[in-house]
Design a protein around this ligand. Structure first.
Ligand SMILES: C[S@@+](CC[C@H](N)C(=O)[O-])C[C@H]1O[C@@H](n2cnc3c(N)ncnc32)[C@H](O)[C@@H]1O
Ligand code: SF4
Length: 407
């Protein structure tokens, strides 16, 4: 089967449950006592069927079980989901990156082998910190020892694994973060995600922070923490390939790269998003058949999604075609996160544009200006990449392109 010329696809499966709610987290994650595991399995499989016409006609690259805490899923359910997707895509396990996000409690650690047998070939572990006080502050229900144990099990059983840490915590000194990073570098294999703590509206931390319960590090200290992170990681052969992600070359997350490269993806489960390029069958006023990029959104509430799939065979809340300017903005929002940048293949595919066509409303070349400001670099192989400063000023960079471009 020749699939190389077919467009790439990835699939995201959202499991919306956690054992407890972390005070910083605004993901679609909930604590539930009674979960009907069989019904959840049935509904995931049903929803995958709804997208079989896409899965069959694309070059599937990755599956990602995210959450919530998907390490709380039954390995059998994970296996059935993977088997179904492999069958529809006509692929083998070894062709795909199949990741599962895991929390490092001892109960979940003991399930790693079962997840491997179910077809998972990469785990991403939410370690967050190796310091007990920091773990307590972050409301985590695992110890540093359990986190180390999870990494050690992952290291023995998976060729590829990653773990997450959160930094720029209240009162965290440069020295304390360096210590954590050195420890992380002793045990990381090929990939790590390092996030600065952000205070999200609606979280417990939001109200505590608002009422003066704690202060975040100053912006000077935050940028020092960020640059020391890059230095220590680089010394250990980890390339800073995305704002918060570092990997040994060639070991970047295939799944997350598919978002940043603006490939198509299917989102299954409560609140999951997707981007699908398909024919509109003349559904607009022109009555012409054209390919459009659709944004899909699933029903957000877990019970609502489950009920809808059970009763109506679909948990889809919305499927809307994106406008040209929305697609343009998303392509740059994603591409400018990557240190190796982007080419113009997605601009061509969705908007019939080249980099050379993009000028501002006065006809000036936008990319020349940003190059002279030291925010981007344009290479001979037609790649536009943000400089180190450009990555740091990502918001400004993307806004400049999106607001000024005449498309
Ligand atoms: C989907 S979440 C969680 C996965 C898993 N449930 C866990 O907690 O280990 C993925 C990662 O985002 C990061 N994260 C979530 N909220 C954050 C915040 N407000 N600030 C910084 N990092 C955050 C955490 O490192 C977390 O592991
Ligand atoms: S950080 Fe992870 S474990 Fe904590 S509430 Fe969010 S999804 Fe659940």
């Amino acid at each position: 089967m020749v699939q190389n010329n077919i467009d790439s696809l990835s699939i995201y499966i959202h499991w919306p449950f956690c054992k407890s709610k972390c005070p910083y987290c605004d993901f679609n994650s909930h604590i539930y006592e009674n979960i009907d595991y069989d019904l959840w399995e049935e509904c995931y499989l049903k929803e995958i069927d709804n997208f079989s016409y896409i899965i069959k006609n694309r070059n599937l690259k990755s599956i990602f079980f995210g959450g919530g805490t998907p390490s709380l899923m039954k390995p059998k359910t994970v296996e059935k989901i993977i088997e179904k997707i492999l069958f529809l895509s006509n692929k083998n396990h070894k062709d795909l990156e199949i990741t599962l996000e895991a929390n490092p409690t001892s109960v979940e650690n003991s399930k790693f082998i079962d997840f491997k047998s179910a077809g998972i070939n990469r785990v991403s572990i939410g370690v967050q910190s190796f310091d007990e006080m920091e773990l307590k502050f972050l409301g985590r229900n695992h110890s540093s020892e359990e986190a180390m144990n999870a990494i050690s099990i992952a290291s023995r059983n998976f060729e590829r694994f990653s773990f997450d840490l959160i930094y720029a915590l209240p009162n965290q000194s440069l020295e304390a973060w360096k210590k954590t990073l050195h420890k992380a570098m002793e045990i990381a294999k090929t990939h790590i995600s390092l996030y600065q703590l952000t205070i999200e509206v609606g979280t417990k931390f939001y109200s505590i922070h608002k009422s003066g319960g704690f202060e975040l590090p100053s912006s000077e200290l935050s940028s020092e923490l960020y640059s020391i992170t890059g230095e220590i990681l680089a010394k250990n052969n980890f390339n800073h390939y995305e704002i918060s992600n570092y990997a040994v070359r060639g070991q970047e997350s295939v799944h997350n790269l598919s978002y940043w490269n603006y490939d198509e993806y299917i989102g299954i489960g409560p609140g999951a998003h997707g981007r699908i390029f398909e024919n509109d069958n003349g559904s607009d006023e022109t009555n012409e058949d054209v390919d459009r990029l659709y944004a899909t959104t699933m029903i957000y509430a877990p019970e609502g999604w489950l009920r809808s799939v059970k009763e109506n065979s679909s948990g889809l809340r919305e499927k809307i075609p994106l406008s040209k300017s929305e697609i343009f903005a998303e392509i740059f929002m994603m591409g400018m996160r990557l240190s190796f940048g982007m080419n113009d293949s997605k601009l061509k595919k969705y908007l019939d544009l080249n980099f050379a066509d993009i000028v501002d409303v006065r006809g000036n070349k936008i990319f020349d200006k940003l190059t002279s400001q030291g925010l981007i670099e344009i290479s001979d192989n037609n790649m536009i990449a943000p400089t180190k400063r450009g990555i740091l000023l990502n918001n400004y960079l993307v806004k400049s392109i999106v607001n000024e471009a005449k498309i």
